[in-house]
Design a protein. Structure first.
Length: 455
């Protein structure tokens, strides 16, 4: 048994990916990596060797593809290995993004083989160099910390597991093993195309870094494992916190505020990720500040995907803008709380008696109302609604909507702000009523400031 075979066997014993009682689908491209993987699996002692099914995709991208297919057919016949082959027809190749499309096709095929052969495992030949390339590409691209792990040696896939048992081993070791055992393999000419990002890392960036430190691959593998262990601990802690702090889809702000600042952000992020995609770190920072601010016990905070994070005293929850709007529309008179944002007619509306910080954006308009006009309410407009005009006359809301050429679909959703007597103060977003003010209105009436922001 060679040194690589011994190390491979020891690695499988430690990780326990599968056993001799399992059947595994081995993805074989006929490149050196997958041919070495197949040979190593075949060379395992009987007490460890799983049942092997070889899966090969003929991408029909190169003239050599047919030769490679015939080779793997011959190899499996000689070695008495079951083989499943699939073709990716040329007429299905996209004009752009061929590499990614080919990858999707392969993995869809592997999933089908797993299902038809009733197995829970597909094994691929990703190795230490692939891991290093992926980690450095993720680092340069930016994103979430967990992406820096690069490639996991085992992950859920198609109801089973995708296993990468060669991650601890470098490309050089695999090539040396293949040569020592006179293995036949085929080189993919596209692997030398420097227009492909991964190839530039493989042939230029990593070799340059290895000149600085020949043990680069080992060090990146060590970082990979340290980070994977740390993230596993983090995920376990987050699960504990979320069980303690959530109830009925809501997050307890009282408990959340007792956490250390870094954990607050992580808990909030993990909780929001269950319902919201596309969260950016800058938005998370803003949400943490808003939820941690005791001076605003009630607040509505915009999230990606037309969702809203509603802060309601000691709890917060996520809902959609549509549901918030429906909550207003379904009430004949939804009383307005001063200082509270509402979603109305594709805008965010806030009615306040104090000046808003200019950083909040949007537009503002000042309105003076008599004391007996409070409280204000929001409701859908009705056919009898009118607005007062400056000349003492009145104008029907219906006529205003017609004159402004408002589409019927929008008319049906149109809202109005009304006073305590039910009189329209504002056809929201379109026109205001005129109320005659007494000379001393600034002493007897109340100033209201209404802010508008687009969604």
């Amino acid at each position: 048994m060679t040194k690589l075979e011994e190390d491979f066997k020891r690695h499988l014993e430690g990780r326990r990916f599968f056993s001799k009682d399992d059947t595994v689908v081995v993805a074989v491209s006929t490149g050196v990596d997958s041919m070495v993987l197949l040979h190593l699996l075949e060379s395992l002692p009987l007490e460890m060797r799983p049942q092997i099914i070889v899966a090969h995709v003929n991408h029909e991208l190169r003239e050599q593809s047919g030769v490679e297919e015939q080779f793997i057919r011959s190899y499996c016949n000689i070695h008495n290995l079951p083989l499943v082959v699939c073709h990716w027809p040329v007429n299905q190749h996209p004009r752009n993004g061929v590499e990614e499309a080919a990858r999707r096709f392969r993995y869809h095929f592997f999933a089908r083989v797993m299902a038809t052969k009733n197995t829970d495992f597909v094994v691929t030949a990703h190795h230490q160099n692939d891991l290093a390339e992926t980690m450095l590409m993720k680092l340069a691209r930016g994103g979430q910390l967990n992406q820096l792990v690069g490639i996991a040696d085992i992950r859920p896939f198609a109801g089973g597991q995708l296993v990468r048992p060669l991650l601890p081993f470098s490309k050089d070791r695999l090539i040396n093993y293949a040569r020592a055992h006179d293995l036949t393999w085929y080189e993919d000419s596209t692997n030398n195309d420097l227009a492909i990002t991964r190839n530039r890392y493989r042939h230029e960036i990593i070799p340059a870094l290895e000149k600085e430190n020949p043990r680069l691959l080992d060090h990146l593998s060590s970082y990979h494992q340290q980070l994977a262990d740390l993230l596993a601990w983090r995920d376990q802690q987050l699960s504990v916190y979320l069980r303690e702090l959530t109830k009925g889809g809501k997050l307890s702000l009282e408990g959340w505020r007792t956490l250390l600042s870094p954990m607050k952000k992580l808990v909030l992020q993990r909780w929001l990720e269950r319902t919201t995609k596309g969260l950016k770190q800058s938005l998370l920072d803003e949400l943490v500040i808003a939820l941690d601010n005791p001076s605003t016990p009630q607040q509505q905070l915009l999230l990606p995907g037309k969702q809203v994070l509603v802060k309601d005293y000691d709890w917060c929850f996520v809902t959609s803008e549509e549901k918030l709007a429906m909550g207003v529309q379904n009430n004949t008179a939804h009383m307005v709380e001063l200082g509270q944002w509402y979603f109305v007619n594709d805008q965010r509306i806030l009615v306040s008696t104090t000046e808003l910080d200019a950083k909040s954006g949007g537009t503002a308009q000042e309105m003076w109302l008599a004391p007996d006009q409070f409280p204000l309410s929001i409701r859908k407009w009705t056919s009898g609604d009118t607005l007062r005009l400056k000349n003492g006359g009145q104008q029907k809301v219906r006529r205003i909507l017609i004159d402004q050429k408002v589409p019927n679909s929008q008319r049906q959703r149109q809202q109005v702000l009304v006073d305590a007597k039910g009189e329209v103060v504002w056809l929201i977003g379109r026109k205001w009523s005129w109320f005659a003010r007494p000379v001393d209105f600034q002493q007897k009436w109340q100033k209201v400031i209404i802010y508008k922001q687009s969604k």
